[in-house]
Design a protein around this ligand. Structure first.
Ligand SMILES: [Zn+2]
Length: 329
């Protein structure tokens, strides 16, 4: 009896001691919180092309500051579509297209010129994806806002893509590099003109800033599609290989959760909001009708997906699921 009592008592003490020790060990093993994520790139195969989305970072906005709506439905749209109607997270990405003959980068991220420290990681992620900036043959720009063009040049003014031609529509180049247009810009917009001038300088000096006319053919499997509205000379690029098509759209949709379902809602960065809304409605209609795979510099990473008709006026975003091999069927 005494023995059994002893075991019971000792057992209880041992458990209590063990628990005390575990608490102490846990306290000793306490690790600091980490706020970084993994390098972000994501590859798909498009026919014979390999397309890698390269993340530049992300930025959070108050959706009421970012979005513009004239139909009076913004509040209900935010409540219906967002995890938290007070905040939207916007990704910034570029796209590396390896055609087998050429390495093409579509949009280059911010390069630290705009948006703060949560952006500007495109170069680190491009290297993590297995490429070097000097291997890039061509940089194609959708438009000249700093979160698309900033990454081509370092803050000290050196070209990042030392062997690449940088190409964009002639209208876009003329607009952002015009001293006359810049002089008429508001205080807010003036910074964008300054950055466009600064980052284009080393490429202009070496003859590698090469605007194209709407009728120019860039190369096999790449078609330029004018998308004016967000900026005067914005374009998208349609890539085709072995019958598979991918459209990289520029800034036609910034907030996927809200603007696919409500294409009538614009953003504060749209230069001509009415034209931008019309452009979005036309493009989404065509992409659905032709069932073209879509990617966009501000779509939620890894940015690839299709859209489907949803209701009378809206669309649903159907993203690809993360896969460990770069296949897309
Ligand atoms: Zn833009």
């Amino acid at each position: 009896m005494y023995k059994r009592q002893f075991i019971r008592l000792f057992g209880r003490s041992a458990i209590a001691f063990g628990a005390m020790l575990a608490t102490k060990m846990k306290a000793q093993a306490e690790a600091p919180y980490r706020y970084d994520q993994s390098p972000a790139f994501y590859r798909i195969k498009l026919g014979d092309f390999e397309v890698t989305a390269i993340h530049d970072g992300s930025l959070q906005f108050d959706p009421r500051q970012l979005l513009r709506d004239e139909t009076g439905e913004l509040s209900s749209a935010l409540n219906e579509t967002l995890v938290d109607p007070r905040v939207v997270t916007i990704s910034v990405s570029g796209f590396l297209v390896n055609t087998g003959k050429q390495l093409i980068l579509v949009d280059a991220g911010t390069g630290g010129w705009w948006g703060g420290p949560t952006l500007g990681k495109l170069l680190v992620n491009l290297r993590a994806a297995g490429y070097k900036p000097e291997e890039v043959d061509t940089v194609l720009l959708t438009h000249l806002h700093p979160d698309h063009v900033g990454g081509i040049t370092t803050l000290s003014g050196a070209s990042v893509f030392s062997n690449a031609d940088v190409r964009m529509s002639q209208i876009e180049s003329d607009f952002w590099l015009s001293a006359k247009v810049a002089a008429k810009a508001t205080e807010n917009e003036r910074g964008f003109f300054k950055i466009a001038r600064a980052v284009s300088a080393p490429y202009l000096a070496s003859g590698r800033w090469r605007p194209f006319a709407p009728s120019d053919r860039l190369s096999d499997g790449i078609e330029v599609v004018p998308l004016p509205g967000h900026t005067p000379g914005q374009v998208g690029y349609e890539f085709t290989s072995v019958g598979q098509r991918l459209f990289i759209m520029g800034d036609v949709v910034h907030v996927a959760e809200v603007q696919f379902k409500h294409p009538e809602i614009g953003v504060a960065f749209d230069g001509d909001q009415k034209t931008a809304v019309g452009q979005r409605e036309r493009l989404l209609k065509r992409l659905v009708a032709q069932n073209i795979l879509l990617a966009g510099p501000h779509l939620p990473f890894p940015t690839f997906g299709r859209i489907r008709k949803d209701g009378d006026r809206g669309y649903a975003w159907v993203p690809v699921s993360y896969a460990d091999t770069p296949f897309f069927k």
